[in-house]
Ligand binder design. Structure first.
Ligand code: GLU
Length: 480
């Protein structure tokens, strides 16, 4: 077999695209790129009731948004397709037949009623629920005849006696006692495979060399090992990544954290920040620095740098990281990101948007914060409570005088730039003994409708002379 590294992610297209898929994809892709290998996307849609085409499309779109491009997959093709399990049913049936012939699997005709009565009894006796192997004693010829006659049945893996072990690249040698493993259903009565059979057959046929997936699959792995052994196939290396965890260290869940990649995109997280954050959930750079690119991670990547106890998933940390990435963009780049992520930015005149960007770049942590910070640049007339124009320690007359005097003085400005406007504003206060803080608060509310905003005179510079003066005059009118 070729020695080229081949890895895969194998998400099930049910529900929203999951942040855990991106996390596992990131590690697989880093390893593949570093090794000069291939990264494959396989869609595991054997659960016909829960799989949807929308969910599949959302997986493609979110991986593309993140820049986690794959070399082979349902929508890009490749030499080992089809890459959608629903299109590979015949292969699974053929492989189930191989196991039946070898006696490594058997047909089970037990009805759902019998199985649930059995589980009930076991529960009452405080035993782990498991199949009691009634059908294992059926002569093979008889089972074959009943199946040929169309009698509904499943195919089960016959778990042999003894123990099953494998080496996990992160966790060392793991041994399972076989008596703890149920005779797993491999083919369901509708002829569709279960996860275990389809997963192993595909990993083998797609020549996957390393199976890197989440920790929750550790207990499935002995069943997979037994399948590899029954087929007589070489096993891939197994790597079980630490789970993404809620603050209480339970597996990440919707109730405690957003899990949909669509949410992260809509909130205005940058793909590179989210990837950096997900990397930190399992990986550390040799110099322990927290901000790094996926290219830098790829270069430094080693399974030895992956720890099995990841930190908890902390949105505040992601927000911080996102702010770091936003600040590191050029003004042009941030304007371009905003225009793809935000409807108002997309509709704005590009030069106007570009002028606004420096006023918010230091202040926003997510692209979605563009709206609340910049609404006043796009709204006419502003709406606010006129009482805000009068600072706590000032009177209405004073505020009115500030607005009138500022409108008159600024109208004469020869140079409509922030430093020039600020000089005019300060001179005005000095000449009349006004408190700068109070006077500027009045002007700020008049121009931005807010008591906290980007720097006042920079806002005026971007808004332009006409609009700024009109806002000052309108505010004066509201106070009169
Ligand atoms: N279909 C499984 C999932 O949804 C794949 C697990 C694996 O990588 O083997 O995560």
């Amino acid at each position: 077999m070729a020695s080229e590294v081949r890895v895969r992610i194998a998400p099930s297209p049910t529900g929203d695209p999951h942040v855990g898929t991106a996390y596992i994809a990131l590690f697989n892709r880093c390893f593949a790129r570093q090794q000069g290998g291939k990264f494959v996307l396989r869609i595991e849609d054997t659960d016909r009731a829960r799989s949807t085409p929308e969910s599949e499309r959302a997986i493609f779109a979110s991986l593309r948004w993140l820049g986690l491009d794959y070399d082979e997959g349902p929508d890009v093709g490749g030499p080992f397709g089809p890459y959608r399990q629903s299109e590979r049913s015949e292969l699974y049936r053929q492989h189930a037949d191989i196991l039946l012939e070898r006696g490594a699997a058997y047909r089970c005709f037990c009805t759902p009623e019998r199985l649930s009565a059995l589980r009930e009894q076991q529960r009452a006796a405080k035993l782990d629920p498991r199949y009691d192997r009634l059908c294992l004693s059926l002569p093979r010829g008889e089972a074959g005849r009943r199946a040929a006659a169309g009698e509904p049945h499943v195919v089960r893996l016959r778990i042999p006696d003894g123990e099953t072990a494998y080496d996990d690249r992160l966790r060392g040698h793991i041994t399972f006692q076989n008596f703890t493993i149920d005779d797993q259903v491999l083919l369901k009565s509708d002829g569709f495979p279960t996860y275990h059979l389809a997963n192993v057959v595909d990993d083998h046929l797609m020549q996957i060399t390393h199976v890197c997936r989440a920790e929750e699959w550790i207990t499935s792995t002995p069943k997979h090992v037994l399948l590899y052994q029954a087929f007589g196939w070489q096993m891939p290396a197994f790597i079980h990544m630490p789970l993404l965890r809620n603050a209480d260290r339970s597996k990440i869940s919707k109730r405690k954290n957003p899990t949909s990649l669509d949410w992260y995109r809509a909130e205005g997280y940058l793909p590179e920040a989210l990837l950096n954050f997900l990397a930190l959930m399992g990986f550390s750079m040799p110099d322990e620095r927290e901000v790094f690119t996926i290219e830098e991670m790829t270069e430094a990547f080693s399974w030895d740098r992956v720890k099995t106890s990841g930190p908890v998933f902390d949105l505040a940390k992601l927000e911080w990281l996102n702010g770091v990435y936003i600040r590191s963009l050029s003004g042009d780049a941030l304007a371009a990101r905003l225009a793809t992520a935000n409807a108002r930015a997309a509709a704005a005149d590009p030069a106007y948007l570009r002028a606004i960007v420096p006023l918010i770049q230091e202040r926003i942590k997510k692209l979605s914060e563009f709206d609340p910070w910049t609404e006043f640049f796009f709204t006419e007339p502003l709406s606010y409570d006129p009482a805000l124009l009068v600072p706590k320690k000032a009177t209405q007359e004073e505020a009115l005088a500030v607005l009138d005097a500022a409108a008159a003085a600024l109208a004469e400005a020869s140079d409509w730039t922030a430093p020039a406007l600020e000089a005019i504003g300060k001179a005005l206060c000095e000449g009349r003994n006004w408190k700068v803080g109070n006077a500027f608060m009045t002007l700020r509310v008049a121009v931005t409708s807010r008591t906290a905003s980007p720097p006042l005179f920079e806002c005026m510079a971007v808004l332009g002379r006409e609009r700024s003066l009109a806002r000052l005059r309108r505010a004066a009118g509201l106070l009169r």
